[in-house]
Design a protein around this ligand. Structure first.
Ligand code: XMP
Length: 510
């Protein structure tokens, strides 16, 4: 294991993920619990992350210098590099020139960290402070025009520090540097694979849960499905999955989820489908504002779920399919700052009586969850499913949600998805869907004047859903989808394509 000590930077999970990409298991601990975790887990290496603070200020995150006495290699990144210098007797202060962005760095090729790296290599910099004087026993192993100590090291003690961010892709040889650290400095074997994660997690869950009762809110999305199957493998029928059909799902989705997880499906678990469609429609009547819709759906979901949970009786563990990006975007991301609050994290736990929450996917990125899903033998169409927001079609219908509008957007969306599949381009897209604009416009059909709704088609490419580009869907495909939608879906007479990226737009329309 490589332990990543979180000092509040935005890229922290990315560090753990890059290490896992080297086939070395990695997880994150907040700096406040680091020493304890190091003693307990005896990692082969430690990485200090970046962070927004200045090491010389009194209340900044820090760690006991004991960490350097454990005989475990340490790599400090950005704030982490400054902290290492500060704690070991160097001097950190505001830099005369702050550096931000892609920067050419000249590295010392004899350093273990820079084996097989080019002498001049582009790295991502983002810092206001710099290492003015290195700590005793350390030498400088890289510099830039503005930063005399862009990397420092004390190979005798296996301590390394870099001012730049090797974990972001803008650092062209960053992965090489991290793999040098884990293989050459820490001596990791690089034999870890996703199947060991799955196996170990299932075993750990079984131990933790014992003969306890487990409850899972299953949405049918990738995350909750993978979490549910892991739990089913671990404890079988001690698990009950509650699937709330809020009537805002895509066409046929409710039936599909029931087919996979229900009694006729391959998994050994208790499955409860709750038909709550009318309840949600009643609550949403007359509501137009997106955040209000989210709030109402969130609250009603909790209410329905709570009622079901009561029927089940005693619950010991509540499963959540939280994955790492949810954690960050909801501001629960360890030490990093709030970006967004709309995700479904942290909602249910307050309303169900249970002993403990289990989140087996909390450290994983989406593509890692899919890998885990494949290891678990979950059907490809489920594993590869695109993300679908908790509030469902309600935030793909601008303005008031009515059953008629839901039907329109469901039908249009189903046609769009079908034609994307026919064109064989689904794998290139991060997310694609139809939204119902609240706009009506004049058209002509046969000899008749129409005054009907416009559907907007959206397709984006993205790696992390935090930024996205509008995808260039072939014109023929869009043409085919358009003619099918206006012909097959009543009350749609116009189809638009959304060319906006995120930012400035978001992926969803609300
Ligand atoms: P945006 O629209 O913010 O979406 O660019 C980014 C990703 O988050 C999903 N999304 C949500 N997921 N509840 C969710 O569970 C929500 O309220 C919500 N809003 C957006 C969206 O589908 C995309 O994948």
């Amino acid at each position: 294991t490589i332990l990543v000590v979180d000092f509040g930077g935005q890229y922290n999970q990315l560090i753990a993920r890059r290490v896992r990409e080297c086939n070395v298991y990695s997880e994150i601990v907040p700096y406040t619990k680091a020493l304890e975790a190091i003693r307990e887990k005896q990692p082969k290496g430690i990485i200090f992350t970046g962070g927004p603070n200045s090491v010389y200020l009194e209340d900044s995150p820090t760690i006991s210098p004991e960490v350097f006495e454990q005989g475990i290699p340490v790599l400090g990144i950005c704030y982490g590099s400054q902290l290492m210098m500060h704690l070991l007797g160097g001097h950190v202060c505001p830099a005369p020139e702050r550096e931000y962005g892609k920067t050419e760095v000249t590295v010392d090729l004899s350093s273990k960290l820079f084996q097989d790296v080019h002498e001049k290599t582009v790295c991502w910099m983002s810092h206001n402070d710099y290492i003015e004087r290195v700590a005793p026993g350390f030498t400088i192993s890289a510099h830039t025009d503005n930063c005399p100590a862009a990397a420092v090291e004390c190979p005798e003690r296996n301590l390394y520090a870099v001012q730049f961010h090797p974990e972001v892709l803008h650092t062209q040889e960053g992965t090489k540097m991290l793999s040098n650290f884990v293989y050459r400095v820490c001596g990791c074997a690089g034999t870890w694979k996703m199947d060991s994660f799955v196996e170990n997690t299932v075993r750990a869950l079984r131990e933790k849960i014992g003969d306890g009762k487990v409850l899972c809110a299953l949405s049918g999305g990738v995350d909750s499905s993978v979490a549910a199957v892991m739990l089913a493998k671990a404890v079988g029928r001690q698990l009950t999955c509650v699937f709330v059909d809020h009537g805002l799902l895509r066409k046929n989705e409710s039936e599909e989820v029931s087919a996979v997880f229900g009694p006729d499906g391959p998994y050994d678990l208790n499955f409860v489908r709750v038909d709550a469609r009318q309840r949600f429609y009643d609550k949403l009547a007359g509501v137009e504002e997106p955040e209000n819709k989210r709030k109402i759906i969130g609250q009603e979901f909790i209410r329905v779920f709570e009622e079901e949970a009561k029927k089940i009786g005693r619950v010991d563990f509540l499963v959540q399919g939280t994955i790492y990006p949810d954690v960050v975007e909801s501001g629960f991301g360890g030490e990093s700052t709030v970006i967004k609050s709309h995700h479904n994290v942290g909602g249910l736990p307050d309303y169900v009586d249970f002993k403990e929450i289990v989140e087996p996917l909390r450290d994983l990125f989406k593509d890692e969850v899919r890998k885990a899903g494949r290891e678990l033998g979950i059907p490809e169409y489920l594993v590869n499913r695109q993300p679908f927001p908790g509030p469902g079609l309600a935030i793909r219908i601008i303005g008031e949600v009515t059953p008629e509008k839901i039907k329109m957007v469901q039908d249009a969306d189903a046609i769009y998805r079908e034609e994307i599949a026919n064109a064989g381009i689904a794998d290139e897209l991060g997310q694609y869907f139809a939204a119902l604009t609240n706009m009506r416009s004049v058209g002509v059909m046969g000899d008749e004047r129409t005054y009907d709704y416009a559907i907007a088609l959206r397709a984006v490419t993205t790696t992390d859903f935090m930024t996205a580009e509008s995808a260039q869907i072939p014109w023929e495909v869009l043409g085919k989808v358009t003619s099918r939608i206006v012909n097959e879906v009543p009350h749609i007479n116009r189809v638009l394509y959304d060319c906006t990226g995120k930012p400035p737009a978001t992926i969803e329309w609300e």
